[in-house]
Design a binder for this molecule. Structure first.
Ligand SMILES: C[S@@+](CC[C@H](N)C(=O)[O-])C[C@H]1O[C@@H](n2cnc3c(N)ncnc32)[C@H](O)[C@@H]1O
Length: 245
């Protein structure tokens, strides 16, 4: 059977343990008795929103009213099924209806919000392709938070300046990512305080990549060789929990 990345619980290199640590850090910042408003841009199969809700409900906190935005209708169908299961498991609690919008983020004035939590994990391209996409994402999501709102982001960074041969071999461009300090500066410029950071280890990153390589073919064989030669030491990935200062 062919590999479908939508079968992965998470479509980014954070480990599930790291995801749950971030969610715990996030949930500790949020009101417990009030139903919270949460958006996930590029939510994929809705697993992050599902785990966030399940963790709140397990602590007897009020539910989260979630909105997942993603142009991939098949991923959203999986999300809807997953969240319907949560509602069934908590039938007595009359949970909020999860909302799924099959569309891209509308950078020019997406009217959503304000949010207690805005999430974007591995989906920065929703905010543009150029070198400014990172700051656009951080600024636009921060601007849609409630005064005590939080962000949960995860994205790539350069562990070291990328070798020219690595870029040539993968087709990546140097300005696609930046050192992790650039992310920190970006958070600061958007008036955000970093509450927690999780950096993915080189081993965990490789673990995430392996099922893609296993598909074989020229593209993935080349990607694997480039990862093993340069990428392991060059490309990092991290998750951040941030709150408004
Ligand atoms: C790498 S996956 C990450 C999925 C999920 N956030 C996770 O971490 O498991 C990137 C997701 O971004 C979605 N996407 C692509 N273009 C988008 C856009 N313009 N706006 C919102 N989401 C987009 C894709 O359909 C895909 O589900």
């Amino acid at each position: 059977m062919s590999f479908d990345p939508r079968d992965l619980p998470l479509r980014n290199p954070l480990t599930l343990a790291q995801l749950e640590t971030c969610l715990d850090e996030l949930l500790a910042l949020l009101p417990q008795q009030e139903v919270i408003q949460v958006v996930d841009v590029g939510c994929g199969n809705g697993e992050v929103l599902a785990r966030l809700r399940e963790r709140r409900l397990a602590r007897q906190a009020a539910d989260a009213e979630v909105l997942g935005i993603d142009p991939d209708g098949a991923a959203l169908a999986r999300a809807a099924t997953r969240h319907a299961e949560i509602a069934r498991a908590h039938a007595a609690a009359e949970l909020a209806e999860a909302r799924w919008e099959a569309r891209g983020w509308q950078s020019e004035g997406d009217a959503s919000g304000p949010w207690h939590v805005a999430i974007c994990l591995g989906s920065r391209h929703a905010f543009g392709d150029g070198p400014d996409a990172a700051s656009t994402m951080v600024q636009q999501l921060a601007a849609r938070l409630l005064p005590d709102g939080c962000l949960f982001l995860a994205d790539g960074y350069w562990r070291q300046p990328p070798d020219a041969d690595y870029l040539a071999s993968t087709g990546l461009s140097e300005d696609e990512l930046a050192p992790i300090e650039s992310w920190h500066a970006c958070f600061d410029a958007a008036g955000l305080q970093q509450v927690h950071e999780e950096r993915v280890s080189k081993e965990a990153f490789e673990e995430y990549e392996r099922p893609f390589w296993a598909q074989g073919g020229a593209h993935w064989d080349n990607w694997r060789r480039a990862f093993e030669r340069w990428g392991r030491d060059t490309m990092g990935f991290a998750g951040w929990v941030l709150k408004r200062r």
